[in-house]
Each structure stands twice: as structure tokens, then as C-alpha cells.
Write a protein that binds this ligand. Structure first.
Ligand code: SF4
Length: 459
């Protein structure tokens, strides 16, 4: 769960990266960083917290250069160590580079151990640093079938070699003194888009909403397995690895993670998320008075459900946008109140009604239980919980922060047991076929669905 951004050839590269990271803030709130190149040197600014806190406007004034990359981070356990803030910078025999990564490598520990045995010293606990070492120590020649442009003969084969060694999910941006490089793993787990503005500057970003904010047009996705090099000689595209039959794009990006105003994997998140709600309405018919979304994530699915079922849509839960992730909850009694801090029922909408609430997913079940209780206290006659994705039964190893199997409620309880635990009158999930069908309706193909099926594309 991270976001990456890159700019080539704009005099305000660091400022635009700052704006781009702002748009990608939902992908990571723990830390942010920018690396900028003036053609000779790469400079970094890294900080903890939201982008506005991590990087100050005084810092941006000092960051001169027309090429930049940036990163927002959302780490898993133990990861808030400042040493893990990206981009990472390295200087080696071939020059310098900075790198930022969205995704997760499944063989990082193994490679790291091998490298450490050979004498490598790591400065972070992040899997991304494995790329840094693999690039720096690579010696093998590029694949014979690839004709490299003159500008790419030294550094780009090192990237190819690193790609050959790692397994898992990676959407990368790499900054060299005079080049911006974008890389996507052969399964294409995480999104990465390419854009261009009217004056010819190029941009790469995790989602297209970050292109909108810098007035750039979406050109296309960086393709699964592609290494895209951008410099003064133009754009060049290489595919150094064997391709899997099908890409394995993370379907959870459509369910929950990506912003609804983004175009990812070639389609609009808005449409697909709403279609998931419509499909749910065709699969699950309930006699009810009102459809209420759990904001913000359940909004579009609830809208789709309401349109398809004809049951009126209402904002029956209001969300506060001022509750940060860092809210400290020292004692249980205060922790129990914390859901109320985020969501509060609108009594006029709920009182005396048979309510359908729609959420995007159900992971631990603790929040849903509190919401159901809250709606009953607000006078709901019935509460039906609908989830616009299937039960989450397995953890994600490709960069989304899901809890362990022990903590995933659907891995340990039947649907009836979950319903009983959360106290709803009924509980229904969108089927796996329904979820994939909703995405396929918009010409999508090839998804990872491992957290819903346990069927992992790569381990
Ligand atoms: S396991 Fe789930 S969250 Fe992870 S990449 Fe696959 S679909 Fe996405």
C-alpha cells in the first residue's frame, strides 16, 4: 500500500511531485519523500506523516531540478522506522539513482539473506532495498533479443537483472541524473500510468488522479513487465522478461484501494465499483426501506445497489474526515468510542427503518459490529449488511496491508457465525463470479483474487 509519482522535464518538478503525492495520499499516510535531479546531482527530502507534514514548502524551494520522483508509504508492522522512508538513494560504480516502490516482493527475505552472506549491508528493513543492491551488484549482460538504445546500455541491463531475480509485486519509479524509468512487474499487480502535459513533460503515477492535479493527460498504462525509459532522446520501452499468460491485476484496487476518480488498469474505478453494487443487487434481494453506504469506501457500491434495486439511497452515516490514523486510544473504553468519532448515524434517516448498509469489504468484523450496534441505537428496525466483495479468507503478499489469517474473520467463521457476531439481521457478500464479472464488464481480464480464494499467482 504505497503510491509513486515521477516527473520528467518540468522546471517545477519537485512542486509537481508534491502535488502528485497529495493525490496519492490515500495510498499511504505514514511517510513521504521526494528525490529531485538537476542533471548532475540527486537530492532527497524525506519525512514522516502526511505529505504536508513530511515535506515543507521551504524544502521544495531548495529542490532544484527538472526530474523528480516521489513516494507515499503505508507500511505493515514494524515499518514506521524512518529508515524505511522512500525514495531510497544509492551511489555505486555506475553512478547514482533513487528508487521508489509500490508493491511487495515475496522472495525479498531470501535474496536479502544471500546478499548479506556476500557482505552486503542493508540500512533499512524494507524489501525495496533489495532492488538497490541487485541493481548495484549486477554484472550479467542484457538478454540477446533486446536492442538497447545508446543511452540505456549501462544502467538499464542492471534493472533487467534485478527484475530477473525478484518475485512479487512491484511498480517502480527510478530517477537517474538525466533519466526517469518506470517499471512494472510481469503480473502487473499494482497500477502505474503514464501521462503528458501540454508542454511535453512526462509523468508516471500509481493512479491517474495524480495526473489530473498536474494538468497532465493520461496516455496509457505502463504495461505489465515493461521497463519504460524517458530521457532527452524520448521514450523507449523494453520487455526483458518472459510474460505470464495473464496479468494478475489486484482486484482489490477496484474494490477498495484506488480513488474512485482514477483510471487504473485501463478503466475507471468509479464505474467498476458501482457495477459491483449493481451486481450485488441482482444477486441479493432484500425488502428494505433505505440503502446506506459506509463512507467513503462503500459509497459507490451502495449507489449501484440502490439504482438496481430501486430502494432509496441515503447518507445515513456521516463520516468525520478529521480523524487521523494516529489517534491514540490508550484504554478500551476510549477505543470503543473511536468508531463514533469516525461515523455517526443520522437518526432521521435510520429511525424506524429497515436499513441496508453497504461496505466494500469485511476484514476483522470489529468495525461492522460497532456500526450495526450504532444503527440499532439510532432506531433501525432491521439492519442488513451487504459487502460488495467476497469473504476475505487469505492475507495479501503483494502490497496490501491485510491482517494475518488468524485475524481474518471469514477465514475462521462461517457467514452465519459472522452475522451472529456482528449482530446484523442478515449478512451477504458479492460472489467471486459477480466481482470478477463486474470488472470484466469493462473489458478487464486477468486479476489476482488471492485474498478471496487463497489462489496465489506467485509465492
Ligand atoms: S491478494 Fe488480494 S489484495 Fe493482494 S494483490 Fe491479490 S487481490 Fe490484491
Amino acid at each position: 500500500m504505497c503510491g509513486v509519482f515521477g516527473v520528467f522535464d518540468h522546471k517545477d518538478a519537485a512542486y509537481l511531485t508534491y502535488l502528485g503525492l497529495h493525490s496519492l495520499q490515500h495510498r499511504g499516510q505514514e511517510s513521504a519523500g521526494i528525490a529531485v535531479s538537476d542533471g548532475y546531482d540527486i537530492n532527497l527530502k524525506l519525512g514522516q506523516g502526511l505529505v504536508t507534514r513530511a515535506i515543507k514548502s521551504e524544502d521544495l524551494q531548495e529542490m532544484k531540478g527538472s526530474l523528480a520522483i516521489g513516494h507515499v508509504r503505508y507500511s505493515t508492522a514494524g515499518g514506521s522506522n524512518p529508515k524505511n522512508i522512500q525514495p531510497f538513494y544509492a551511489h555505486f560504480y555506475g553512478g547514482s539513482f533513487a528508487i521508489a516502490h509500490n508493491g511487495n516482493l515475496v522472495n525479498a527475505d531470501k535474496i536479502r539473506l544471500e546478499l548479506e552472506k556476500e557482505g552486503a549491508i542493508f540500512r533499512s528493513t524494507s524489501d525495496t532495498e533489495v532492488f538497490v543492491h541487485l541493481i548495484a551488484k549486477s554484472k550479467e549482460p542484457p538478454p540477446a533479443h533486446i536492442m538497447l538504445h545508446q543511452n540505456d546500455k549501462e544502467f538499464i541491463p542492471l534493472v533487467f537483472n534485478a527484475m530477473r531475480k525478484v518475485k512479487g509485486a512491484y511498480s517502480l519509479v527510478i530517477l537517474r541524473e538525466n533519466q526517469l524509468i518506470a517499471v512494472r512487474d510481469p503480473f502487473g499487480f499494482r497500477p502505474l500510468v503514464l501521462g503528458k502535459n501540454k508542454s511535453g513533460s512526462y509523468f508516471v503515477a500509481s493512479e491517474s488522479c495524480a495526473l489530473d492535479i498536474v494538468d497532465a493527460e493520461y496516455l496509457r498504462d505502463v504495461k505489465p513487465g515493461e521497463v519504460l525509459v524517458i530521457d532527452d532522446a524520448g521514450l523507449r520501452s523494453y520487455f526483458p522478461l518472459e510474460f505470464p499468460e495473464n496479468a494478475k491485476k489486484c482486484i482489490f484496487e477496484f474494490v477498495y484501494f484506488a480513488r474512485p476518480d482514477s483510471l487504473i488498469f485501463g478503466d475507471w474505478v468509479y464505474e467498476i465499483r458501482k457495477e459491483m453494487g449493481r451486481t450485488l443487487a441482482r444477486e441479493v434481494k432484500i425488502d428494505a426501506d433505505v440503502v446506506v453506504p459506509v463512507l467513503d469506501s462503500g459509497l459507490l457500491a451502495a449507489k449501484g445497489y440502490s439504482e438496481e434495486s430501486g430502494i432509496p439511497f441515503e447518507i445515513g452515516l456521516v463520516r468525520s474526515h478529521y480523524v487521523g490514523r494516529s489517534f491514540i486510544q490508550p484504554v478500551q473504553s476510549i477505543r470503543d468510542l473511536s468508531v463514533k468519532l469516525k461515523l455517526n448515524p443520522v437518526k432521521q434517516v435510520i429511525d424506524g427503518k429497515r436499513v441496508i448498509i453497504v461496505d466494500d469489504s469485511l476484514v476483522r468484523g470489529t468495525t461492522s459490529k460497532k456500526i450495526v450496534n450504532m444503527l440499532r441505537n439510532a432506531g433501525a428496525k432491521e439492519v442488513h449488511l451487504l459487502i460488495s466483495s467476497p469473504p476475505v479468507i487469505s492475507p495479501c503478499y503483494y502490497g496490501i496491508d491485510t491482517p494475518t489469517k488468524e485475524e481474518l474473520i471469514a477465514a475462521n467463521k462461517s457467514i452465519e457465525e459472522i452475522r451472529d457476531y456482528i449482530g446484523a439481521d442478515s449478512l451477504h457478500y458479492l460472489s467471486l463470479e459477480g466481482m470478477i464479472g463486474a470488472a470484466n464488464k469493462y473489458k478487464q481480464k486477468g486479476f489476482c483474487t488471492a485474498c478471496f480464494t487463497g489462489d496465489y499467482p506467485v509465492l
